[in-house]
Design a protein around this ligand. Structure first.
Ligand code: 15L
Length: 262
C-alpha cells in the first residue's frame, strides 16, 4: 500500500513510518517540518489544517490510505485543539473523497473518554464520549467526522484510542495504559488491512496485565498486542498522584489542574 503518514516527524510518526516501511509499505511522509536527513521515502512539508496544501499533496501522489498522526499531543486552547485535530482531519477526509482514497487510520486518544469513571467497569468501544480536556473534546469531534465520512462516503475509518505510546512505561498509570512501539506498529498495520471495517474504534494499548480497556475491538480487526507493561513494573517508582490518576482513564488530564476557561 502507498500510505500517507501525517505527523511523520512526530513521536508516533518516527516509529510508525519505520515499521510500515519494514512491513513493505510505500510511505509518503507529511509534516510541518522538513524530512529528517536520509529519509528514504517521499516527504511533503505542509500544514494539514490548510485544505489547499493537503489537496496539493493528494494531487501529487497516488495514495491507497492515510495514517493521520499529526496533532498537538497536549492540552491547548479550545480553538487550537479544534484546528489541530478537527480541521486537519476534515481537510484529509475532503481530499480522500476527491481522490478516491478509501481508508484512514486515526490516532485518536484515550482522552476522548478520559473522564469515564473507572468504577463504571472495563472501557469498551461502546463508551460514550466523555472527554477530560479540550484535547479530548477535539478527539471526540474528529472521531465524529470519521463516522460521518464513513456513513456518507463509505470511507473505512479506524479510530485508535491510544494510551501512552512510549519506549517503556514510566509511571504506575503507564502499567495500564502503555502502548509499546512494536504494538503501535501492529495496531496501525491491523487498522490498515482489516477487511471493510467501516467506522471502528479500538483501544491502542499493549496486552498489559493491569490494563482495563477492552482489547476485543482491536482483536476483531486483527490487532494482537504482544507486549506487557508488567515486564517493567519492578523499575517504576510510585508517584504522589498514582491514586488520583487511577480514577479515570485520562489520568493526569482528568485532574483539576488541566481545567482552563474556554
Ligand atoms: C495522549 O493522547 C497524549 O497525546 C499524550 O501526551 C499522553 O497524555 C497520552 O495520551 C496518555 O494518556 O498517556
Amino acid at each position: 500500500m502507498r500510505v500517507l503518514v501525517t505527523g511523520a516527524a512526530g513521536s508516533l510518526g518516527r516509529v510508525i513510518t519505520v515499521g510500515l516501511v519494514e512491513l513493505g509499505h510505500d510511505v509518503v511522509g507529511l509534516d510541518l517540518v522538513p524530512a529528517p536527513e536520509g529519509t528514504p521515502y517521499a516527504w511533503h512539508e505542509a500544514d494539514c489544517a490548510d485544505g489547499d496544501a493537503v489537496e496539493a499533496v493528494f494531487a501529487a501522489e497516488r495514495l491507497d490510505a492515510v495514517v493521520h498522526l499529526a496533532g498537538a499531543p497536549e492540552e491547548l486552547s479550545l480553538p487550537d485543539e479544534l484546528t489541530s485535530h478537527v480541521i486537519t482531519t476534515a481537510a484529509l477526509l475532503d481530499a480522500m473523497v476527491a481522490h478516491r482514497v478509501h481508508r484512514i487510520v486515526y490516532a485518536s486518544s484515550n482522552h476522548a473518554v478520559g473522564r469515564t469513571p473507572r468504577a463504571a467497569g472495563e472501557l469498551t468501544e461502546q463508551a460514550l464520549p466523555r472527554p477530560d480536556t479540550y484535547y479530548g473534546v477535539a478527539k471526540v469531534a474528529a472521531e465524529a467526522l470519521l463516522q460521518l465520512f464513513s456513513d456518507r462516503h463509505g470511507i473505512d475509518a479506524v479510530a485508535c484510542r491510544i494510551g501512552s505510546f512510549l519506549e517503556q512505561p514510566t509511571s504506575v498509570r503507564g502499567l495500564s495504559t502503555w502502548l509499546s512501539h512494536g504494538d503501535g506498529v501492529r495496531m496501525v498495520e491491523a487498522a490498515l488491512s482489516a477487511p471493510a471495517p467501516g467506522f471502528a474504534v479500538l483501544y491502542g494499548i499493549s496486552a498489559n496485565t493491569r490494563g482495563w480497556w477492552d482489547l476485543e475491538p482491536g482483536r476483531r480487526l486483527g490487532y494482537e498486542p504482544q507486549d506487557d507493561a508488567e515486564d517493567f513494573a519492578g523499575s517504576i517508582e510510585p508517584g504522589p498522584d498514582d491514586e488520583a490518576e487511577a480514577e479515570f482513564p485520562g489520568g493526569p488530564f482528568a485532574m483539576a489542574r488541566f481545567h482552563r476557561p474556554a
